[in-house]
Design a protein around this ligand. Structure first.
Ligand SMILES: Nc1ncnc2c1ncn2[C@@H]1O[C@H](COP(=O)(O)OP(=O)(O)OP(=O)(O)O)[C@@H](O)[C@H]1O
Ligand SMILES: [Mg+2]
Length: 249
């Protein structure tokens, strides 16, 4: 696979202007991130520009330690960059107050963590209901929606199982059902197939693909998994703090 360091003309034009109706659901301009280690400053991201369209499934790949999780966390509003702007759905999240950002994230972003992050003492249904509750959906309505979401990910019959009674693939599907609670337009996933065997990984990828194509979600996946490349609209590569886009064949 050939990677090009030089942004396309269209990409350069986009990154020189503020978001418009034509720019993407995720629009990133000049994002930098540095971490302090003792007296030293460690620059992880350097002038990241990125534009992701609605309904796309985008992969972010790159070597371990290159800053993929850091960038995803910034895009999800979980980390504040040291410089630059992030616009999601046309709104600049890097300028929002903490309270507004929290509301925005609750309504618009579903985040899937590598380690599933399920509550071990709760059933699959309760794990989904908890997130619905945080989004203001309670009682019977939350129970019905949780059941619907579990059915959507093929786990309708496992609603009463606790995480310890589910396989890795099933746990990840509960995590996806949770991320879908409240119908967010943006789904961000950090290595969602890393802990899964080939068949479970394939099912999870299918699910993410359906979300992008049938529900017009914008899906951004950090991965080392080459099996996902086939379903991606675009693969972007992060190395030495900078992005390069891989041409799709
Ligand atoms: N909170 C933090 N404080 C200090 N350094 C950090 C912090 N978070 C990440 N880093 C450093 O930033 C760099 C990028 O980390 P990050 O986790 O984003 O990489 P990654 O590409 O996701 O790696 P992997 O593929 O192994 O998951 C690493 O050198 C890491 O040690
Ligand atoms: Mg990571």
């Amino acid at each position: 696979m050939v990677f090009t360091k030089k942004p396309s003309q269209e990409h350069s034009a986009l990154i020189n202007c503020l978001p418009t109706a034509e720019t993407g659901t995720i629009f990133v301009k000049g994002v930098e991130m540095a971490f302090k280690s003792g007296q030293q400053q460690y620059q992880v991201l350097q002038g990241i520009d990125w534009n992701i369209k609605s309904g796309d499934i985008q992969l972010l790949m790159g070597p371990s330690g290159s800053g993929k999780t850091t960038l995803l966390s910034i895009l999800a509003g979980l980390l504040t960059p040291t410089a630059g702007q992030v616009y999601l759905l046309g709104e600049e999240i890097t300028r929002m107050s903490r309270a507004k950002l929290e509301r925005f994230r609750r309504h618009n972003i579903g985040f899937i963590f590598q380690g599933f992050n399920l509550f071990p003492a709760l059933t699959a249904a309760e794990n989904v209901e908890v997130v619905l509750n945080v989004k203001g959906i309670r009682g019977k309505k939350a129970q019905c929606q949780a059941q619907g979401l579990l059915e959507q990910v093929g786990l309708g019959l496992h609603r009463n199982h606790k995480p310890c009674d589910l396989s890795g693939g099933q746990k990840q599907r509960v995590a996806i059902a949770r991320a879908l609670a409240g119908n967010p337009q943006l789904i961000m996933a950090d290595e969602p197939t890393a802990a899964l065997d080939s068949q479970s990984g394939h099912n999870v990828i299918e699910l993410l693909y359906q979300l992008a194509k049938e529900q017009s979600c914008t899906v951004l996946v950090v991965t080392h998994d080459p099996r996902i490349i086939d379903v991606a609209d675009q693969v972007t590569y992060l190395e030495d703090g900078q992005l390069t886009r891989a041409p799709m064949t």
